[in-house]
Design a protein around this ligand. Sequence first.
Ligand SMILES: Cc1cc2nc3c(=O)[nH]c(=O)nc-3n(C[C@H](O)[C@H](O)[C@H](O)COP(=O)(O)OP(=O)(O)OC[C@H]3O[C@@H](n4cnc5c(N)ncnc54)[C@H](O)[C@@H]3O)c2cc1C
Length: 384
Amino acid sequence: MDLNLSEEQKLVQETARDFARKTVLPRASEIEESKAVPKDLWLEMGRLGLLGVAIPKEYGGIEAGFLASAIVMEELSYASAGLTLSYGAHSFLCAHNLYSASSDEQRKKYLPKLCSGEWIGAFALTEPGSGSDAASLQTTAVLKGNEYILNGTKIFITNGSVADVIFLLARVRRGSGKTRLSAFIIEKGFPGFSVSKDIPKLGTRGSPLSELVFQDCRAPKENLAGEEGKGLSYMLNGLDMERAVFSGMPVGIAQAAFDYASRYALARRQFGQSISGFEMIQEMLAQMATEIEAARLLTYQAAWRLDQGLEVSKYASFAKLFGAQMVSRATQAAVQILGGYGFTKEFPVERYFRDAVLIGIGGGTSQIQQLIIAREILKEARLR
Ligand SMILES: Cc1cc2nc3c(=O)[nH]c(=O)nc-3n(C[C@H](O)[C@H](O)[C@H](O)COP(=O)(O)OP(=O)(O)OC[C@H]3O[C@@H](n4cnc5c(N)ncnc54)[C@H](O)[C@@H]3O)c2cc1C
């Protein structure tokens, strides 16, 4: 792996960094309070090409790949993890999964508007009875004439209440025979679709989280994405991609916490000197900096492997697992370095600390990443 970024990747990084630090950061508290996707920022991200980083140009994207995508996740998370979660659900879980599964006609219908920001996307996999065991989902789709009739409930859907388009996994039932996991493109106006509740949460509050209900929801037959019965492979490939790209998120949150805490340590004086002179403070800062760099390299490696078309599951799980552990430690250390001030809403580190918790849960918990890693390393050990 070449550790130098290409000119294109550097340009995407600079664009995302400039936007995140000049436009998003000053509004981070407002985004947190609003619990909504700010439409003006969304359209600006579309204009900058950030909403379609890994989508081919012919469908409205900039075709810069997954490493560039992970870098955008990192840069945006530095400013607002809430906005970044909505961004990731839209650009990768909805738009990119739709791109991977769909026909040319479907791509042309949905992707340009998702890439421009005119539409907001969501991804609906999780159900009240199936989280880690996602493949056991129970939402059904039955073909009647020219429509699929969908029934079921989806929970913890980022952007669910504001989405125009939802990439959804359901089981197609034909007669009394076996069901086949399949993907659908659902539009918010389809009859029988409703948002049953918005769910308040601990962190990433700037991003709406909802429960969705499908009650005899009618989707045109053409809204089956790809082929009936291919849902499991769309889901597994999508989860690998999600874990690699979203691993930029803990890196960005932890970098923001580190930068804040190190500036604070230099400025804060106790016992007649800067607290940055105390070795126990230095130990925390050195540990944070080292682990952030390690998480960044694991993330870049996983995203780079995706770009190269190499096997990625184990590497994506390495990045996600370590990123989750690292960001919890780093944000807690940042709170500690700020002392009592770190515990208050007056300073942003308490937000970083709350935002960090999601990383070990969403897109597959840390325990699930450990299971995947163990499965892969034991498979390799058997071959040795
Ligand atoms: C803020 C937020 C945003 C989200 N956004 C989306 C979204 O946009 N779309 C979507 O579809 N989903 C989304 N999710 C859902 C998320 O992916 C699930 O919450 C996650 O996969 C875990 O599922 P669960 O919550 O049902 O927990 P469970 O699966 O019930 O897990 C509970 C506990 O049991 C452990 N556990 C489970 N199985 C095993 C096992 N085999 N071995 C050891 N331990 C195990 C878990 O690690 C966890 O500690 C979101 C969740 C959150 C919190």
